[in-house]
Design a binder for this molecule. Structure first.
Ligand code: GLU
Length: 299
């Protein structure tokens, strides 16, 4: 069982604060997260011995990748242009290119937090890149490559709220807090903070709507996600200072496909400046500063 630690990551907290400062100063922010997407070099003559998932991608003419599409800066679909953008999307594209696939070969499949393990186990998707925390519970059903990012649980409130920071999650006792079904933050609230009135939806953007309408007091999930929503609507939303839990993002892959796992881990480890380029063009646009975590082969 995953143990949630209550700790503050100084660097992250400072980063979140910086992001807010940037927003409040009225600097232009791009809801989709930004700058020019880095060029992806499509690998040639790829051979991935012993990976059933890779064989399936080849058979289908490209990978089917599970993603989020309502998380600005991370996994976002602009419905007017049809363009997908964000840190997770670029990571997903980087992996596809390393396996020899062009952008046009990719099929994106939006999958909510609660349905990720099942989608991977069913073979509906080849891999998943979307704010997916590595946990022991999930590892019973699927495998992860990575981690490729680290963040922690935070809180998003209305910009006119008097709160500025959270010292403990229990600060929200007796209040209404929304999160996504099947996510680690909703699990944390339900298991460890029974005095918080928790509500849940499939996707976080619906929780954000409830904060804007005054139906709930806060949205709780990874700070990286919350910063994206606040950047999109800085007049009405703010992220509180204070981080809880440690969320390490991994790429979800079918259980037992160690060839694919090793391929992605090697890509992350030997990728040179690519991770930084992707970060700078997406999440980094909000002003946060986060370093690439070391790959953990035991993920
Ligand atoms: N990283 C957390 C999780 O994997 C929350 C974000 C999400 O729901 O995707 O549960």
């Amino acid at each position: 069982m995953r143990k949630f630690r209550n700790f503050a990551v100084a660097g992250l907290a400072a980063g979140a604060l910086f992001a807010l400062t940037a927003c409040n100063s009225g600097s232009p922010t791009d809801p989709a997260g930004g700058g020019d997407a880095p060029e992806q070099e499509v690998a040639e003559d790829v051979a991935l011995e012993g990976s059933d998932t890779y064989d399936r991608m080849v058979e289908n003419g490209g990978p089917t990748i599970g993603v989020k599409e309502d998380q600005p800066g991370l996994g976002y679909l602009d419905v007017t242009t049809g363009e997908r953008s964000g840190f997770d999307i670029e990571i997903a594209r980087w992996i596809a290119a390393s396996l020899g696939f062009e952008e046009d070969d990719i099929t994106y499949e939006p999958i909510a937090s609660a349905n990720r393990e099942q989608a991977i186990m069913n073979g509906d998707i080849d891999y998943y890149v979307g704010t997916y925390s590595i946990t022991d519970q999930r590892k019973e059903q699927i495998d992860f490559a990575g981690p490729y990012f680290e963040t922690g649980q935070g809180f998003l409130v209305s910009a006119d709220s008097e709160m500025t920071e959270v010292t403990d999650v229990s600060d929200f006792n007796g209040m209404n807090v929304c999160s996504a079904t099947g996510s680690t933050p909703i699990q944390n609230i339900k298991e460890n903070f029974p005095e918080i009135n928790a509500s849940e939806y499939d996707i976080y953007s619906q929780c954000v709507e409830d904060v804007l309408s005054g139906k709930v007091d806060a949205v709780t999930t990874d700070a990286a996600i919350l910063i994206g929503y606040a950047a999109q609507d800085p007049d009405n939303l703010k992220v509180l200072d204070g981080l809880f839990t440690e969320e390490r993002y991994g790429v979800g892959i079918p259980k037992g496909d160690s060839a694919l796992q090793e391929h992605i881990n090697t890509l992350f480890t030997d990728g040179g400046d690519k991770w930084q380029e992707i970060f700078d063009a997406t999440l980094g646009q909000s002003g946060i500063e986060i370093e690439q975590p070391e790959v953990d082969a035991a993920s």
